[in-house]
Design a protein around this ligand. Structure first.
Ligand code: NDP
Ligand code: MG
Length: 339
């Protein structure tokens, strides 16, 4: 594994460039503001007309232009809009406007690796993928730190793609934590697998099934919520800080014994077999093609699943209980009116 730090990067390479950040959401606001605070003078944000993000960017005194205008102006254009819209954005607004030799960058490999974008061959294509939500990319930078980032080059038309990508990653704070070299394929497939099997899909399904088990056995929803949802953070914080062994060191012997005795009965070989099927769906492009057809149809089942999930009683109980713990909201990273 190759890791780079600020000392390996030449940030002056990026300070002289005109940089456009397309999108001002979770990642977009963090990249644009960190670049500016690192001394990049020419940073613009590109948004479509009528976007609700325009006011947020302008409130930070960032110049806002259209994606087509940004494409004709920029030396580096970082696309930070939802992955499912990258193909249309590129085909309709970027492809015919980008100057020769421009660097087109992304924060996740999906649209490039699965060929949703077929980039012009005179462009540099690199990825800087922060290993944290945009709100953390910003808050860590402001603290004088940074989140680790992945760097990969898909196409090097100018011969400078790697050095520019490294400078970019360093300017948004990655060089303070470590910038790890990888490939588009590796980043993209492991990212999809991690979010589906553990971080998002696996974890929420595990939590929900355990919550329902307690409710169906007649226990109070508040108890079920505390034990199966709220306390996840306490355990995850211990794992985050020092790994699984650190967590096991801190919990009681009873909890640790239950961990060994029952964990593998829940997550058994059959679960691992299905994880392999999920990985195969990702590697073969089946998952992405299914998601893109869903998007082309207007996301009907995505929206239905989102609505049904939000209606689950676990959300209502959670809202009530979190109101009893006001410190949770005080430390919130997400403020929907600003970022
Ligand atoms: P968000 O959903 O937070 O950002 C959406 C932003 O993009 C909004 O400002 C939206 O404005 C704008 N937008 C959407 N469509 C267009 C368009 N066609 N033209 C111009 N602007 C548009 O995205 P994320 O920050 O979550 O994700 C951005 C990229 O970063 C993705 O590739 C993602 O995989 C990657 N990434 C995200 C991480 C995260 O923490 N969320 C972590 C690592 C990588 P509006 O809709 O108002 O027009
Ligand atoms: Mg990820």
């Amino acid at each position: 594994m190759q890791a780079y730090y600020d000392r390996d990067a030449d940030v002056s390479l990026i300070k002289k460039k005109k940089i456009a950040v397309v999108g001002y959401g979770s990642q977009g606001h963090a990249h644009a503001l960190n670049l500016r605070d690192s001394g990049v003078k020419d940073v613009v944000v590109a948004l479509r007309p009528g976007s609700a993000s325009i006011n947020k960017a302008e409130a930070e005194k960032l110049k806002v232009v259209s994606p087509a205008e940004a494409a004709g102006w920029a030396d580096v254009i970082m696309v930070l809009t939802p992955d499912e819209g990258h193909a249309a954005l590129y085909n309709d607004h970027l492809r015919d406007n980008l100057k020769k030799g421009t660097a087109l960058a992304v924060a996740h490999g999906l649209s490039i690796h699965f060929r949703l974008i077929e980039p012009r061959d005179d462009l540099d294509i690199f990825m800087v993928a922060p290993k944290g939500p945009g709100h953390t990319v910003r808050s860590e930078y402001q603290r004088g730190a940074g989140v680790p980032m992945l760097l990969a080059v898909h196409q090097d038309a100018t011969g400078n793609a790697h050095d520019i990508g490294l400078a970019y990653a360093s300017a948004i704070g990655g060089g303070r934590a470590g910038i790890i070299g990888t490939t588009f394929r590796e980043e993209c497939e492991t990212d999809l697998f991690g979010e589906q099997s553990v971080l998002c899909g696996g974890l929420t399904s595990l939590i929900q099934a355990a919550y329902e088990t307690l409710i169906e056995a007649g226990y109070a929803p508040e108890m079920a919520y505390f034990e199966c949802v709220h306390e996840v953070k306490l355990i995850v914080d211990l794992i985050y800080e020092g790994g699984i062994a650190n967590m096991r060191y801190s919990i009681s012997n009873t909890a640790e014994y239950g961990d060994y005795a029952s964990g593998p009965r829940i997550i058994d070989e059959s679960v691992k077999k299905r994880m392999k099927e999920i990985l195969d769906d990702i590697q073969s492009g089946r998952f992405v093609s299914q998601w893109m057809s869903e998007c082309a149809a207007g996301q009907p089942s995505f929206k239905a699943m989102r609505r049904r999930a939000a209606e689950h009683p676990i959300e209502e109980v959670g809202e009530k209980l979190r109101a009893m713990m006001p410190w949770i909201a005080e430390g919130a990273l997400v403020d929907k009116s600003k970022n």
